[in-house]
Design a binder for this molecule. Structure first.
Ligand code: SAH
Length: 263
């Protein structure tokens, strides 16, 4: 009987290959099979041996060529055949990545699993823009939420808990529903002028940023047409954007959408 292989659930980070961990690079170099999401760049996939088989299982809103159950099966089949499998996921595998679901499936079938952490989009967007997730006097904590709705269902978010002016709110997968999210937060008492930063394709050469405020973000996003993936940071910390002085920040907020190319 073939000795079973192993599956490494690897965080590929936000895009820039320099933001991979050393462990991710070393593990990729040993891979015999690479099963990767659409968000992972060719440059990163190319860190695996040329002989490694590459299996794209692209995931994007309304684009699901390979259902999750099938991904689980592919990972299981490859590991059962005795191979070292690199399961590459954008950001960190344990933040909105379904990494733990894949691991549970493999572990239930006796396959060894190891996680390799990655830099999640929130950390990447923060460092790329200079907006801190916490800052003394501005935010004592941070909450990560998904703005994605399952087909036919409403947004399952606790607006009361999220509408906390002392906490930074980071919204993953929020483009389609940012209008509803903004209304939910304002209804529970967050000021209309609460600043919002949207960062598209953070840390890639195509990075774009937009600074807006709760009552305008939906319209500004529509107008700017940022392309996925987009992350939102909502809260007072956005006032630190690019270390702008307060007066400049106010001017930014008052003007039309501000889309700045990453220089
Ligand atoms: N596991 C990933 C998140 C997967 S969910 C992580 O830890 O980052 C996909 C969402 O992540 C996207 O809708 C977007 O909100 C965010 N995202 C991932 N990469 C991003 C990037 N480079 N720039 C901006 N947002 C990103």
């Amino acid at each position: 009987m073939t000795k079973p292989g192993k599956v490494f659930l690897i965080g590929a980070g936000p895009g820039d290959p320099e933001l991979l961990t050393l462990r991710a690079v070393r593990t990729l170099a040993q891979a015999e099979v690479v099963v990767h999401d659409r968000l992972v760049s060719d440059e990163i996939i190319a860190l695996s041996p040329e002989t490694a088989r590459r299996i794209p299982v692209g995931k994007a809103p309304s684009f699901h060529p390979v259902p999750q159950e099938r991904i689980n099966e592919i990972l299981l089949e490859e590991a059962r055949a005795g191979r070292i499998v690199a399961r590459l996921k954008g950001g960190d595998p344990l933040i909105f990545g379904r990494g733990s679901e894949e691991a549970a499936h493999l572990l239930a079938h006796g396959i060894a699993v190891e996680y390799v952490p990655g830099i999640t989009a929130a950390q990447a967007a923060a460092s790329a823009t200079g907006v801190p997730l916490t800052h003394r006097g501005l935010a004592t904590g941070v909450q990560y939420v998904t703005g994605h709705r399952q087909a036919g269902k409403g947004l399952d978010l606790d607006w009361k808990r999220l509408a906390d002016p002392d906490t930074t709110l980071v919204v993953y997968m929020g483009v389609a529903n940012i209008g509803r999210i903004a209304v939910g937060l304002m209804t529970e008492g967050l000021p209309e002028s609460t600043p919002v930063l949207a960062v598209a394709q953070a840390t890639t050469p195509r990075e774009r940023r937009l600074v807006s405020r709760l009552d305008r973000i939906a319209a500004d996003i529509r107008e700017a047409g940022l392309s996925a993936p987009v992350l939102f940071i909502i809260g007072r910390v956005v006032s630190q954007y690019a270390h702008l002085p307060a007066a400049q920040m106010a001017a930014d907020l008052a003007s039309a959408p501000r889309v700045a190319a990453h220089a």
